[in-house]
Design a protein around this ligand. Structure first.
Ligand code: GLU
Length: 465
């Protein structure tokens, strides 16, 4: 069997959305799994709607997700000549014809069909009247494929045998009157020229496949294998769209998701490795497990809560220095990276998203401006408390070792002396230092804040008592 060559073929009419990214991920995984090639082709023949910077943004998002073309990126706008050649080869073989119907005539035919109550209008030339030679040179024409009468059947990697009624096809356009190629023409010309062995793409293209197969058949070219991947739905089971929130890779990138987490998440949208329930899979594991057989024939549901969970799992295993680097943009520019690293190490297991650092870690970067009301009533009302507090502050002024373990040990000694449980002083101290009733471990927080900040905050809190 020929080595696998797959392609991802986005039209640059918008940014890379989750559905497109999923198609890319499946193609990429399949290529890596089989040791084949993953190619990228930009389908930009629709020049009015396609934009160069959108193509670049798509390539950039793909790269961010860790997918790059194994050969140079193919741009359809560079290949117009090849499309014309294919269209004319089909005419030569009698499988396509020049259609001189003017747009006005076509509109009139559509109108008549509507009046006859036909739901859709399918253009089929009278088979006896396919004449092309008796037309004057220079008159504009479209090239149309002569639709067959017999059924077209193919084996889809996801859906099994798929049958289309050939008689229901219209004579579809290959070249428009302005000379621009249609999708069916260019896609076959390219897939053949690029040696594509497998086409993995969205279900929305399944009805295009018979038309493309017809072109392969006339040209005597071996068609690729096809696998059509079902739609992605939102949590309400309607087709995933803007209504459901962010739908583009760029938006998730901006929100601070990790590329590996998003990749893992997308890979499981409609595909499953089928081994147990483990969902956090490294790229190598995904590559190893991927198969077209594992693609589910029913639609996948996009669940952002799961993505958040997955992102947190990835954040928790990131090397601390990498994590710190991701957190820096969410903090004041004056904060030193070394300091952020210490905070990152302490909070890593609690962060779900990098921006959580702002709220969750606020007390590492700012003195509290106020102290939780309920906490004050609960922890600061003991009459003995101000005395203990000032003793403790005094002791801290001269402590040599400000490490968490020594601080903890020391506090326990104080507690024994005062005859109280450690919790009786830990909670009030936490409130004084962070303004909150919940924080990371008190002694670790103190070690990171350092003596002078700790003393400053404790003294301010004492003045409140
Ligand atoms: N350019 C098409 C799209 O973005 C893809 C066509 C194909 O994969 O055959 O939907």
């Amino acid at each position: 069997m020929a080595p696998v060559r797959v392609r991802f073929a986005p039209s640059p009419t918008g940014s890379l959305h989750i559905g497109g990214a999923r198609t890319a991920v499946f193609n990429w995984l399949y290529a890596r799994h089989t040791g084949g090639d993953f190619l990228v082709r930009i389908e930009d023949t629709d020049l009015e709607r396609s934009q160069g910077d959108l193509a670049n943004a798509i390539l950039d998002d793909l790269q961010w997700l860790g997918m790059e073309s194994d050969g140079s990126v193919v741009y359809q706008s560079d290949r117009l000549r090849e499309y014309h050649e294919l269209a004319h080869a089909l005419v030569e073989r009698g499988a396509a014809y020049r259609d001189y119907t003017s747009p006005e005539q076509l509109e009139a035919m559509r109108d008549q069909a509507r009046r006859r109550g036909e739901v859709s209008f399918g253009f089929r030339v009278d088979r006896d009247k396919v004449c092309q030679k008796d037309r004057p040179e220079g008159e504009p024409y479209a090239v149309r494929f002569l639709a067959p009468d017999e059924d077209i059947v193919f084996l889809d990697g996801v859906h099994g045998e798929v049958r289309f009624r050939g008689a229901a096809l219209d004579d579809f356009v290959l070249l428009r009157r302005d000379g621009s190629p249609t999708y069916h023409l260019s896609v076959v010309a390219d897939d053949h020229a690029m040696g594509i062995t497998d086409v993995i793409r969205g279900d929305d293209h399944i009805s295009n496949t018979p038309k493309q197969l017809l072109i392969y058949r006339v040209m005597n070219w071996e068609p690729p294998r096809f696998a059509h991947v079902p739609l992605i739905l939102g949590p309400d089971k309607k087709r995933l769209s803007k209504r459901h929130g962010a739908t583009s890779v760029g938006e998730y990138r901006q929100k601070g998701y990790l590329p590996d987490a998003l990749f893992n998440f997308i890979a499981l949208l409609g595909w499953s490795p089928g081994k147990g329930d483990r969902e956090i899979l490294s790229r190598a594991e995904l590559v190893q497990a991927f198969s077209i057989d594992g693609i589910k024939p029913s639609s996948a549901v996009f669940d952002e809560t799961k993505l958040v969970w997955m992102n947190s799992e990835y954040l928790h295993t990131l090397p601390v220095s990498d994590l710190a680097r991701m957190l820096v943009p969410y903090l004041d520019s004056s904060v030193e990276e070394g300091y952020v690293q210490k905070v990152a190490a302490l909070l890593q297991s609690r962060l779900r998203m990098p921006q959580d650092i702002r709220e969750m870690g606020a007390y590492f970067f700012h003195d509290p401006e106020e102290w939780d009301e309920k906490g004050r009533a609960k922890y600061w009302s003991d009459a003995e408390f101000p005395k203990r507090f000032s003793q403790y502050i005094e002791d801290l002024e001269t402590r040599v070792d400000f490490g968490a373990a020594a601080l903890e040990n020391d506090l326990r000694v104080h507690c024994n002396r005062w005859g109280i449980e450690a919790a009786k002083i830990i909670h009030p101290l936490r409130l004084a230092l962070t303004g909150r009733t919940v924080s990371a471990g008190l002694f670790e927080v103190m070690e990171i804040l350092g003596r002078s900040v700790v003393l400053r905050r404790l003294k301010r809190a004492l003045a409140q008592l």
